[in-house]
Write a protein that binds this ligand. Structure first.
Ligand code: FDA
Length: 499
C-alpha cells in the first residue's frame, strides 16, 4: 500500500517514521493512536480489544483520496471512511477485517456564497465550523442540520441530518445541490458528470456504500434576525408530564413549521420521570406565546420562559453552551462529553396510549443514564416525497424516538445494552410496523448486518427496509452499477441488487 501510495502521490511514505507528510499514520508511529482516537465518538469502540486499522490516511488534497482508494483496492484492503467519527456503531473507524481508515479531518474548507445563498463545504468540516462560517457572513441565513457541533458534515449529510429548523426546511440532505465524489476507480465526479442516480443515493443513503464524498454544495436557508427558545421541565407528578406528553403527541407535528418543540424524557433512581420540552421558534417571543396559547396551552409557557436571540446563539443554546459565549466555541472540534453509548430509534405513527406510556416510564425509571428524545415531524418533512432522496420517513410520521443509554466502565456494557434492548422490545406494539422503521444516522447494528461481501439483497432487506423502506431496492440497483465488486463494503453497506 505504501509503495503504491508513494507512486500515486509522490509523497514520501516511510512505515518506520512517525508520520509521512502528516498524511499517512502507521501503527508504529507516535501519532497513530491520537489520530485514531481524535474523533472516535463512542468509547465502546475505543477499547484495547477493538480492532485497529493497519494505517490511517489523512488526505490533504483530493488526489490523496484517489490514491488511497486505488491502493486499497489493489491490495484488497478494506477501507473505512471517516469525517466526524460520530457513527453510533463506530463503523467509520472499526472493522473486523484488515482495513485502513481514510480520515477526512484535514479536508474542511468552507466557502460561503451569500449572494447565491449557497456554500461549498468539505466533508471533514464539523457542523460547528459550518455554522460559524455562515454566521461570519450573515445573520439572516442558516443551514438545517443537527445540534451537536462536532459532528462531521460527511456522515451527517450522507445519512440525512436533522436539527431544530428541519420542520421548516427539511433535512440537511434535502438541501444538498451538488457534491464531489471519488468513485471505486479513484475517479472524481460531480453531480453533472455522475448523473442523477448516484447523486440521489448519496443524499441519505449513507454515502460510504458508493464512494467517498469529499465536498458538498448546499443551499443556505433564511432565518429571522430574532428567534426564540424555551426549555420547560416537568415531572410525572405533580406536574402531570404524562398528560402533557399525550397532548404533545397530538399537536407537535401539526404546529406551525416555524416552531420546533421536542421533548427529552429521562428517568432516575427515584422512579421519577422528567420531561424537558425544548422549543426553537423562528420569530419573536410574543408570536411564540400566542402560538403556544392557541395550540398547547396546557404547557403553560409564559413570557419569562422565553429568550430571544440570534439564530447562531440558538445553535450555541441547543449545543449546551452559554449564549453569552462567543460563537467561536463552535470551532472546537472535540466533543467534551465522550462516553460509551448504545442508541436505537423508532418512528411513531399513532399516539402512544396512556397505558403504553405508564409501562415506558417504569422501564425508563430503572436506568439512571437512559433517556429518550422525541422529535416532532410534520411541516416541510410531510411535504417532501418519500422518494425524493433515500431517506423515506416523511408524511404519516408523528415523531421520531431516539433511545439512548451511556456509561463509563467497559464491564458495564452488557447491563446497559440489555436495558435498552428490553425498552425497545417493550415499545414494539406502539411504533411503526412492516417495516419497523429506523433512522440511518442513529445507526443500530442490532437491526441486522452484512455477514460478508456480496450479501444478498434479500438478506440485507432485513435491516435495509427499516432504514430506507422501498427506496432500498433503488439504492441496491445503483450500488450494482457504481460498485459492482462491492469494494465499499461494511457491516451495513448497501448490497448489490442483481436482477
Ligand atoms: P462518521 O465519520 O463516523 O461517519 C458516519 C458514516 O458515514 C460512516 O458509515 C462513514 O463511513 C460514512 N462517511 C463519513 N464520511 C463520509 C464521506 N465523506 N463519504 C462517504 N461516507 C462517509 N443526527 C442528526 O440527524 N441530528 C442530530 O442532532 C444528531 N446529534 C448527534 C449527537 C451526537 C453526540 C452524535 C454522536 C450523533 C448525532 N447524530 C445526529 C447522528 C449523526 O448524524 C451521525 O452519527 C452522522 O453519521 C455523523 O457523521 P460523522 O461524519 O460525524 O460520522
Amino acid at each position: 500500500f505504501l509503495k503504491c501510495f508513494h507512486s500515486q502521490t509522490n509523497l514520501s511514505v516511510d512505515s518506520n517514521s512517525s508520520s509521512s507528510s502528516n498524511v499517512i499514520f502507521t501503527t508504529n508511529g507516535s501519532s497513530y493512536t491520537s489520530v485514531l482516537q481524535s474523533s472516535a465518538q463512542n468509547l465502546r469502540f475505543a477499547t484495547a480489544s477493538t480492532p485497529k486499522p493497519q494505517l490511517i490516511v489523512r488526505p490533504l488534497h483530493e488526489s490523496h483520496i484517489q490514491a488511497a482508494v486505488i491502493c486499497s483496492r489493489k491490495n484488497s484492503i478494506n477501507i473505512r471512511i471517516r469525517s466526524g467519527g460520530h457513527d453510533y456503531e463506530g463503523l467509520s473507524y472499526v472493522s473486523n477485517i484488515p482495513f485502513v481508515i481514510i480520515d477526512l479531518a484535514n479536508l474542511r474548507s468552507i466557502k460561503i456564497d451569500v449572494e447565491n445563498k449557497t456554500a461549498w463545504v468539505e466533508s471533514g468540516a464539523t457542523l460547528g465550523e459550518l455554522y460559524h462560517a455562515i454566521a461570519e457572513e450573515s445573520n439572516t441565513y442558516g443551514f438545517p442540520a443537527g445540534s451537536c457541533p462536532t459532528m462531521g458534515v460527511g456522515g451527517h449529510l450522507g445519512g440525512g441530518g436533522f436539527g431544530t429548523i428541519f420542520r421548516k426546511y427539511g433535512l440537511a440532505a434535502d438541501n444538498v445541490i451538488d457534491a464531489r465524489i471519488v468513485d471505486v476507480n479513484g475517479r472524481i465526479f460531480d453531480r453533472k458528470s455522475t448523473g442523477e442516480e448516484l447523486f440521489w443515493a448519496i443524499r441519505g443513503g449513507g454515502g460510504a456504500s458508493f464512494g467517498i464524498i469529499f465536498a458538498w454544495k448546499i443551499n443556505l436557508v433564511p432565518v429571522p434576525s430574532i428567534v426564540t427558545v424555551f426549555d420547560i421541565g416537568k415531572t410525572l407528578e405533580p406536574a402531570g408530564a404524562t398528560k402533557l406528553l399525550q397532548k404533545w403527541q397530538l399537536v407537535a407535528d401539526k404546529l406551525s413549521d416555524t416552531l420546533f418543540l421536542d421533548v427529552v424524557i429521562a428517568g432516575n433512581s427515584n422512579n421519577t420521570i422528567a420531561a424537558s420540552f425544548r422549543a426553537l421558534f423562528l420569530g419573536v417571543s410574543e408570536e411564540l406565546l400566542s402560538t403556544m396559547e392557541e395550540s398547547f396551552p396546557e404547557l403553560g409557557v409564559e413570557r419569562k420562559d422565553c429568550t430571544e436571540m440570534s439564530w447562531i446563539q440558538s445553535v450555541l443554546y441547543f449545543a449546551g453552551f452559554s449564549t453569552r459565549e462567543s460563537y467561536d466555541v463552535l470551532l472546537n472540534r472535540t466533543n467534551p462529553y465522550k462516553s460509551s453509548f448504545k442508541a436505537k430509534s423508532d418512528y411513531v405513527k399513532e399516539p402512544i396510549s396512556e397505558k403504553g406510556l405508564q409501562g415506558l416510564w417504569k422501564i425508563l425509571g430503572e436506568e439512571e443514564s437512559g433517556y429518550m428524545i422525541w422529535t416532532p415531524y410534520g411541516g416541510r418533512m410531510s411535504e417532501i416525497s418519500e422518494f425524493e432522496i433515500p431517506f423515506p420517513h416523511r408524511s404519516g410520521n408523528l415523531y421520531l424516538i431516539q433511545y439512548m443509554v451511556t456509561w463509563e466502565a467497559e464491564e458495564e456494557t452488557e447491563e446497559h445494552v440489555n436495558w435498552i434492548t428490553r425498552l425497545y422490545e417493550y415499545i414494539t406494539p406502539f411504533v411503526s410496523k412492516n417495516p419497523r422503521s429506523a433512522y440511518l444516522n442513529y445507526r443500530d447494528l442490532d437491526l441486522g448486518i452484512n455477514m460478508n461481501e456480496n450479501e444478498s439483497y434479500e438478506q440485507a432487506s432485513v435491516w435495509g427496509l427499516k432504514y430506507f423502506n422501498s427506496n432500498f431496492k433503488r439504492l441496491a440497483q445503483i450500488k450494482a452499477q457504481v460498485d459492482p465488486s462491492d469494494f465499499f463494503w461494511y457491516k451495513q453497506s448497501i448490497p448489490l441488487f442483481l436482477s
